[in-house]
Each structure stands twice: as C-alpha cells, then as structure tokens.
Design a protein around this ligand. Structure first.
Ligand code: ASP
Length: 297
C-alpha cells in the first residue's frame, strides 16, 4: 500500500422513492449514524466489501426502508427480496432474486458469491441455498415486517412507489465494492425481479468505480444502469456526467432513479432525478453529508 492510497470514501442510500414534503429526519439521523460508523471502520482499515455488506445489513434490519424488514408484499401477498454485492478487485459477485422470507438478503447474496460458482440464485433455489447454509429465516412474517418510515398502507398497492438501500465503498487498499438490497416496487407481481439483484444494472464494482442504483427497476434495466455509468466513466466522461446521462435515459423511458458512486480516487457522487433520495456520504477528505432532498446538512 502506498501513502497516496490511504484514503477512503463511502456513500449509502435509502432509496430514491422519497416523497416531496415528507419529513425524513429520523431516516437522516439513522443514515448519519451508520455512515459515521462505516467511516470509522474504513479509517481503521476495514475492507470495502465487508463495509458495504455491514451497511446494507444494518439498513435491512432497521425496517426504516423498503428492504429487509421494511419490505412490502407482492400482489400474491408475500415478500420477495432482491439483493446483490460485488467486489471490484476480484470482480466476484453474488446475488439473490425473488428470495422469499429471509432476514438479510445481502448476507445470502454474499453467500452465493463465496460458496457457489454462480452469481445469481432465484426463487425456490435461492431459498434452498439460504436454508442449507443456515441464514436466518423469517418464521412469522406478520410479526416481522413493518411499514418503512414515510410509507402509507395505500402506497403499498401503488406500483410507482418504491425504495431500496445500497452502499458503495473505497477502502484504504484501493479496493472498491458495492451492495444493494430491496423489497422491490410496491404492488409488484409475484416473481417480478428489478434491477437490484442484477450485476450490471443495479450494482457494479471494478478497479475504478463502485455503483449502487435505486429507482424504477424496469427503466433502470432498460437504460443499462450501473454498468453504463462505469463504461462512460472509464472512457473519460466525468463521474457526474456519466451518471446524469444514465439518469436522463431513465427519465426519457418514463421512470426515475438515483445513483451513488465512489471512484478509485475517492470521488463521491449521489445524484437522482426523483423527488429525493435518502443518502449520506463521507470520505477521508470530505466531512459527512446527509440529505434527502436538494440541500445537504
Ligand atoms: N430499484 C428497485 C426495484 O425496482 C426499487 C428502488 O430502488 O426503489 O426493485
């Protein structure tokens, strides 16, 4: 490790489905605490992969976002979860799609990465893998799942409403990693899979950039999502322009989205074209910032 490498950067999001005018102060407080904790870990030498998994696990557990405990049921009446994680230096990746009934889909996604030679397991196969490897299962869904902060019961049947969580990190060794987890869009059909578990559209990490997307998954998939941003950035487009081009395409197709990204140089971007995106970011050079709408605190 050279002295010039010993910087770190971290960003996380709680979804681009924030509704204008709502008060997200409890969410912002949570994001602030979690980002500060992750910055401390990175300052002490934690690996990017462990840090993004830890951050997403905490976001899933909190029940404050549409992921993990805050997930909403599909139209068949049960929760299906999507998650993915990627390690830049090795390009190893793991994901689960339409996974029913486990507490932490991001942990199962990392299990897929480390214990199988596959990248993505879906549905019944993902459940069998998670059971076989002892991941915590939700025994009483009716007592486990809670409405995320700021979400009304009416919105649960609105197919445009959505939320997701994600984290990206650059550690002091220069490694990048990204992780994303969601309960999907509200009112989704049984078996529906969005961008979140897809390595490429929803989550990406390589030697230069780590990205986590949020927003209407169908549009993100059709706009290319994270990998489109990575390719543009690696070809010389600035980080913000690369992200905004992808966001513009999502908008053109009729959706909205948000993106968090960190680069090898510890540059951070948190951009969106929805009403707002719950987010926080921090680096060894930038003080912690947290916001949902345009202004930062
Ligand atoms: N992208 C997620 C999905 O389509 C939802 C979100 O990010 O809010 O499942």
């Amino acid at each position: 490790m050279t002295a010039t490498n010993t910087h770190y950067a971290f960003a996380l999001h709680g979804g681009a489905g924030a509704v204008a005018g709502r008060n997200y102060s409890a969410v912002e407080e949570h994001l602030q605490q979690l980002a500060a904790e992750c910055a401390t870990l990175l300052a002490k030498g934690a690996h990017a992969l462990d840090t993004v998994e830890f951050a997403v696990l905490e976001l899933e557990r909190s029940g404050m976002y549409v992921a993990g405990r805050g997930s909403a049921p599909n139209t068949a009446g049960y929760v299906e979860l999507d998650a993915s994680i990627m390690h830049g230096p090795s390009r190893e990746a793991g994901a689960v799609a339409a996974l029913p009934g486990f507490e932490s889909p991001i942990q199962v996604a990392r299990g897929v990465m480390e214990k199988t030679h596959h990248v993505l397991l879906a549905g019944a196969g993902a459940r069998a893998f998670a059971r076989g490897n002892g991941f915590a299962e939700v025994d009483e869904p009716e007592n486990y799942y809670v409405l995320p902060v700021g979400v009304t019961k009416e919105e649960l049947m609105d197919s445009n409403a959505h939320g997701t969580v994600g984290a990206v990190a650059r550690d002091q060794s220069g490694a990048l990693a990204a992780a994303t987890s969601t309960g999907g869009t509200f009112g989704k059909l049984e078996g529906r899979v969005g961008d979140t578990p897809l390595i490429g559209p929803g989550t990406w990490a390589d030697d230069d950039i780590a990205i986590s997307c949020t927003g209407t998954g169908e549009h993100i998939i059709r706009a290319g999502g994270a990998i489109t941003i990575a390719c543009a950035y690696k070809s010389g487009t600035t980080l913000d322009a690369a992200i905004n081009d992808m966001l513009d395409e999502v908008k053109r197709l009729g959706g909205d989205a948000g993106v968090i990204a960190v680069t090898r140089d510890s540059e951070i971007a948190t951009l969106y074209n929805s009403d707002g995106m719950k987010r926080a970011s921090v680096s060894s050079r930038q003080s912690l910032q947290v916001a949902t709408f345009t202004e930062t605190q």
